[in-house]
Design a protein around this ligand. Sequence first.
Ligand code: ADP
Length: 291
Amino acid sequence: MHDNLLQITDLHKTYRNGTKALSGVDLKLQNGMFGLLGPNGAGKSTLMRVIATLQRADHGQVLFNDVDSAEQPTAIRSVLGYLPQEFGVYPRVSAQRLLDYIAVLKGVNDKKQRKAQVAYLLEQTNLYAQRKQAVGTFSGGMRQRFGIAQALLGNPRLIIVDEPTAGLDPEERYRFLNLLSEIGEHMIVILSTHIVEDVQELCSRMAIMASGRIVRQGAPAELCSTLDGRIWQKQVSKAELAAYQDQFSVLSKRLQAGNIQVRVLSDVQPDAGFVAVEPDLESLYFSAVAS
Ligand code: ADP
């Protein structure tokens, strides 16, 4: 399978009300799962919509395999699968019929080919047994898998999924993420999320976005290693917490047997009670978003 290349250069987008959603975004993506991590309001959805040609940037360029998305949006749309945050209404139509209908919209005109593709995707997303069931009756996880099936119609080479695991139970989430990572072997999959674990478990490359900018970009382990020796942990009581937060740069706190386990970013041991711990993606994320 040949590699794809998505190059994003100096994207800017300011909404009419003055909100700067993108301020100079540069990214380079190849086949595989790419995690785009950032807090709500960071600009992830705006970036996803610009890549999906649903929205125009004020400035900058999106090139997919050397095709400029602003100049040839139709060419980009024909190789794109998009699973938006809100998938809209779930009709009383069966999964199979709805997929067939979407395939027509995506230009899969040959009836036989369409039937084969719909059956294949229902199998791949583990929905074949429920193919005659109305999509409106599906559980959250089934809907997300259906969303992936529709995104994969027409053999896309770039898949964009915006916040896909919100509201899924652990088993559904696991199944869904596995499906995405299988797909990622053959194309570019962009997973936009504010959930650190989604990225940690699956993505070979990632970026962290905050206030419209890319603040980190690279392989998760590589990025974490930039914090080697600078993450410190200590158990403190609830009463002490405020003082620690005033004094140190606290990245995360976790309740543990009535006490609080705090993690702090510091070049030196903050005080004798702290032990150095291996930096994880959560620490990286909070340190990147805070700075
Ligand atoms: P994220 O997906 O990371 O939560 P968004 O791209 O949705 O970020 O939003 C980035 C910023 O742009 C936020 O401050 C948001 O309120 C603002 N924003 C998003 N869409 C619009 C819009 N249509 N009009 C005005 N501001 C918007």
